[in-house]
Design a protein around this ligand. Structure first.
Ligand code: ZN
Length: 115
């Protein structure tokens, strides 16, 4: 890997919305509607960010029924985000919790349904 490709990878993660999406997916997988609920952003915007993350090789997706589920290709991405907090020297960590969270009652996705 070259310095250039490290830079390209970090740049793909660097937008605040993408950091938020990556944390919301966390160690599990999430569909677009779940990410909409988790981040409060519109679907078109989320899809655009996911496309960029996928083309950078950071997330991968699978289709099940009408839903497309996204997950992190490598969970070290979460460590990288948390390392950034560490490096910043900030004592406050205002990052959203690492998912997947059950947003039952707010989110219509199958993962948030209670049997
Ligand atoms: Zn959900």
């Amino acid at each position: 890997m070259t310095p250039q490709s490290v830079s390209t990878l970090l740049r793909a993660i660097s937008q605040p919305a993408r950091v938020e999406i990556l944390l919301a997916i966390g160690t599990g997988e999430a569909c677009v509607c779940h990410l909409e609920t988790a981040t409060g952003q519109r679907q078109a915007y989320i899809s655009q960010q996911l496309m960029a993350l996928r083309s950078a090789g950071i997330v991968t997706s699978r289709k099940e029924g009408r839903n497309v589920y996204y997950r992190l290709k490598n969970l070290s991405t979460l460590d990288l985000i948390h390392q950034a907090v560490e490096i910043s020297g900030s004592r406050e960590n205002d990052l959203p919790a690492t998912g997947p969270l059950n947003l039952y009652g707010e989110c219509p996705c199958p993962n948030c349904e209670v049997e």
